[in-house]
Design a protein around this ligand. Structure first.
Ligand SMILES: NC(=O)c1ccc[n+]([C@@H]2O[C@H](COP(=O)([O-])OP(=O)(O)OC[C@H]3O[C@@H](n4cnc5c(N)ncnc54)[C@H](OP(=O)(O)O)[C@@H]3O)[C@@H](O)[C@H]2O)c1
Length: 159
């Protein structure tokens, strides 16, 4: 099973605001995210899920939280207390790939565990308090790039 980080990252590495909001709205980037993740499970931190407010359709939504009592009024979500259990769940369900969709805390813990990253590098700085974790470009091979108006998508594979 391929474990893949997908993220949109501003030039200054900001990925979000501390209140959970995204600092930008780029419909072309949302379209890319949707097309890429449809049909696959998506793993996210509890704060990112709360910011979404509801599960994203046509994908198994998996939430990571330390809170063992956490529950939501949605039928089709799964909650795990750590990332490893979430990956194990996806592997047991024979998914071909799983996407880690954020936010900052979850990316930091996933970055050493994933095989691939799909990063939309925005061509502007953004205001926010949550950052994508630092990573060594030397450890990653760029296998594909696609330049859009406001961002460029990089497909990375771990070397
Ligand atoms: N640009 C992008 O591509 C992108 C994508 C997604 C999100 N974002 C942004 O990222 C921001 C949210 O990121 P964030 O770092 O604040 O929060 P987050 O990673 O979404 O969620 C953090 C929460 O995850 C749970 N968690 C973290 N580590 C855990 C562990 N080891 N075991 C169990 N649970 C754990 C905790 O939940 P509990 O507190 O319930 O224990 C923690 O509070 C928002 O601004 C959002 O807009 C950006």
């Amino acid at each position: 099973m391929r474990k893949i980080i997908i993220s949109a990252v501003a030039k200054n590495n900001v990925i979000g605001k501390s209140n959970g909001e995204l600092p930008w709205h780029i419909s072309e980037e949302f379209k890319h995210f949707k097309e890429t993740t449809l049909g696959s499970p998506i793993i996210m931190g509890r704060k990112s899920f709360d910011a979404l407010g509801k599960p994203l359709p046509k994908r198994e939504n998996i939430i990571i939280s330390k809170n063992k009592e956490l529950s939501y009024p949605f039928a089709d979500i799964k909650i795990f207390n750590n990332l490893i259990d979430a990956f194990r769940h996806c592997k047991n369900k024979n998914y071909e790939k799983v996407f880690v969709i954020g936010g900052g805390q979850i990316y930091s813990q996933a970055i050493d565990l994933v095989d691939e990253m799909i990063i939309s590098k925005l061509n502007f700085d953004a205001e926010g308090e949550v950052y994508f974790p630092k990573y060594d470009e030397n450890n990653w091979e760029i296998v594909k790039r696609d330049k859009k108006e406001q961002f460029e998508i990089f497909w990375y594979k771990r070397k």
